[in-house]
Write a protein that binds this ligand. Sequence first.
Ligand SMILES: C[S@@+](CC[C@H](N)C(=O)[O-])C[C@H]1O[C@@H](n2cnc3c(N)ncnc32)[C@H](O)[C@@H]1O
Length: 428
Amino acid sequence: MSQSNEPLNGMAEPTDLLDGMDVEVDLTTQSLLLAAAHHDLSALKDLLRTSSATVVDPETGFTPLHAAVASLELDEEDKEGNEEERTQRRKEELEKGAETVRLLLQNGAIWNDLDSNDETAGCIARRLGLDEIYGLIVDAGCRAELLLRALEQYQPLGDDSDEDDDEEGEGDVVATEVADAEPEAKAADAMDTDTAVAVDPSTSNAAYLSSTLTQAPRAILDAGLNGVMMDWETPLMERHAELLLPTPGLRVLNVGHGMGIIDTFLQKHGPSSHHIIEAHPEVVASMKEKGWDKKPGVVVHEGRWQDVLPELIARSAETGEELVFDSVYFDTFAEDYGALKEFFSEWMIQFLDAEGRFGFFNGMGADRQVCYDVYTKVVEMDLFEAGFDVNWEDIKVQNLQEAGEWDGVRRPYFVADTYKLPTCKFMG
Ligand SMILES: C[S@@+](CC[C@H](N)C(=O)[O-])C[C@H]1O[C@@H](n2cnc3c(N)ncnc32)[C@H](O)[C@@H]1O
């Protein structure tokens, strides 16, 4: 990186920005971006006293956070001098860069703002191999998520109305959904809710469950062409099943049958009982066609898990029949993170054996690596709070774009190169 006071590659010269614009605002924006790019901490501190860390360069879409990270890209000047000098210079640059990123994050820089190249500052840090800075941004993302959630749970004194609550538990929707929204999803935001749901049924569990599915050999798509389940997930399902049922004769519950991939693998491990909860009528019909309801030891529960689980508890209380599983897997669709969290925080304690194992499809935020890393950390914290230890296993995922897996699918829902496979057990 060059430490001169030249503007960054691709960043407009201050004079370019002045044409026809508010001079004061643009000078402030430009000064912030330059101070961030040059890791000039004292100038940046001064500027941040009176201006916001969230300003944006109109041309590149860079925020100061983007500028601070992007300027760490190695350039010709970095090749000057002998190896020792180069190493020392790089070390100092990276330290100053990290300090700048810390300062910006402490002053309200938004971790997941996108530039005009569709990159967050974290994406740039990862692309440039800046591990420490990437880690700082991931940590900031976790803090932001937890704070956002705390704020959403806050109700002013005297306001006990719940008219904003909806069945999807929107309070837990992850914040990147706003920053990451595809242009079409942003357009959907502008529509009224009914129209948006009609365009994209995956935005609501109820809409998805009443929508028509396309069940092809290699995928199930909903009416909005969202991938409900896809064949490329097979190796992930196989490994989940192996880890959940290490020995034959165990009692397993799977929530969300989809293409039946994990249920087929679970069967191979010889469970003594195998309960499946599935809510979509077309998936249930296809399960029956394939004879799942006739398989020995298999019990199919039709309906949403939110309705089926209370019924199972009531029945067990009535009959005195024990309702305990050695392993539980959770993988639904068109539900937000709040649903998964509710499942493991409130329900698992009632069904999972003290020595049992719990797994789930870990795909939150996986349409962007930095978001995937943030949500993997967030879910780990929530699992910990719910009394679980998690073991993460890394599984390499092929480049699904290059493999043509997303052809005909509305949006790629997994772009990370590694799947973080969770297996959870109660602590202690
Ligand atoms: C991603 S697929 C599951 C894929 C499955 N793991 C496999 O290996 O094929 C999600 C499934 O959950 C079902 N589902 C969605 N919401 C549900 C809910 N609230 N309760 C139960 N099942 C639900 C969907 O109909 C779909 O069949």
